[in-house]
Design a protein around this ligand. Sequence first.
Ligand SMILES: [Ca+2]
Ligand SMILES: [Ca+2]
Ligand SMILES: [Ca+2]
Ligand SMILES: [Ca+2]
Ligand SMILES: [Zn+2]
Length: 606
Amino acid sequence: MNNSTVSSNRGSGLYNTGSGSMTVNNSTISGNRAYQGGGINRTSGTVTLKNTIVAGNTASSGGPECYGAVSSAGYNLLGELSGCTFTPTIGDLTNVNPQLGVFVEALGYYSLQAGSPAIEAGNPAVPGSEGDACLETDQRGLARPAGTRCDIGAFEYEGAGTTPAYIVVNAGTPQYAAVGTQAIAPLQVVVIDENGDTVAGQTVTFTAPASGASAKFASTAKNTSTAVTDINGLAASSAFSANSTPGGYVIQATVAGGLGSADFQIVNGSQVKTYSADDTDRVPGTLKCTAAQPQCTGGGNPLADGAHAHAMGTYAFYWNQHGRTGLDNNNMTIISTVDYCEKDEYGDCYFYNAYWSGDQVVYGNSENYPLADDVVAHELTHAVTQYESNLFYYYQSGAINESFSDLWGEYYDQLNTLGDDSLDARWELGEDLDYGTMRDMSDPLVYGDPDKMSSGNYYESDGDSGGVHYNSGINNKAVFLMVDGGEFNGWNVAPLGWEKVIAIYYEANTNLLSSGADYSDLYYALQQACTNVIGKHGITSGDCVEVTEALDAVEMHAQPATNFNTDGAYCDGDNFINFVFTDDLESGTGNWTFANGAYKRWQLDS
Ligand SMILES: [Ca+2]
Ligand SMILES: [Ca+2]
Ligand SMILES: [Ca+2]
Ligand SMILES: [Ca+2]
Ligand SMILES: [Zn+2]
């Protein structure tokens, strides 16, 4: 590995478990975090370093920079030797801070600060000559050496830049700010010259929108503020407060003479409060953080951190997709509790589930539920459904409720680049849980769920509230067919993509369905929803034909079995049936019809 920067991994920067031998030259390995061997983990094979920086990595168990035996061919800089089997040889610097500049993600490397011990400390042989010499150019393609001798690491220090060419975001985007409260992490930019060298002493102007959803900076009490770049080219805004208008906006940072702007994506949203039940059944429990602490505990309680980040992420997702302001569309506080459990008869306390209680989300203390992005958005979507169609949570209305949570949860998952987002995991639900995937929208049969109404997997008894987590498979399969397209059950559905499909489902959930809706109602509601949103998101009447084909492919309008009763069991003797509608048909069939397409049934259109 030559001229490379390895940074920001959760897991070792380099990991050699095979028999291979790895040689690393002129590289910088920093800012990685793992259980052991944050920078380098070598359990077999060999790793040989030359002219390389391994510093600023962390490990929770041992060996922050490296774990296992790592060999030296000279002129390396190691931040910390503990936990590492490393015998320094010529030119090696150990237990030394390399004084790296900031890691600019957009550029992919760390600059070096002016006083860095890595400068002029590489192998003194002519760069590019044989043996263990430095490489001819650095990671940017600039010739080595600058000065009289090459530097350790991937970046050859040329001296500070003087002429700003670019301004890039270093930290602070995207960001979430609770409406009307002070946020949050300052906005950070780096100003660099044409060669990527940092430029000090430049005035950076941060500008938030003049009206609508926006923010005010603490330093000026206005929507603009300035800051001057330091020796690392770094400038940070003062803290800022979200104004009272919910919504998304951009704060721009510019520098005189620089090209373009550094843009920060901010969403003003509801308050977010995350608690721990501390391994008891008490909710909400102990407050861990609010929206003013976007990192929540900053690693102290990773489950709280996960629940908190995904709660804000789900808010931003619903805003971006649907212009929705929070779970109730009125910015109710999002409350989450992690580390919840219930004692069993032996006094052990575990809880293998996560749920929306009607007021808040509760995550059991097992399986790492709050770290699974699709699970978190699934639970929060139960809240959205509660405030919209309010589908009853049993039998087919419950299965639809479950499927809605799955589809918004999975779309949130697929968009966010967090967790396992490999192609294999696409359409799986819960792939980031300890026990792994529990449902598959593309092929519900894999987990024993029905993929069409006539499937033998249709759940007919009253367990699981009438099979809500099984029979969700029917609509899940329809969503998969609409988004990705495909042949199924004699139908060939053209792909519409998520943006169109999610708009159609949102229209159905917010404007068309009512609490008792069953799959037959959903069959009509989705077709009506599609018609309602033609012209939006590029949706055409042709797309609505594909929607109908997907619904017919899963036989959504059919009964799962002849005379199958999709409704709940009758009340027992202690309860009274409350009739909300009766018709004795004494005055004829009136508005009743018996002609609703392929699957005939009596229907009253009011
Ligand atoms: Ca040099
Ligand atoms: Ca994801
Ligand atoms: Ca995923
Ligand atoms: Ca998933
Ligand atoms: Zn659910």
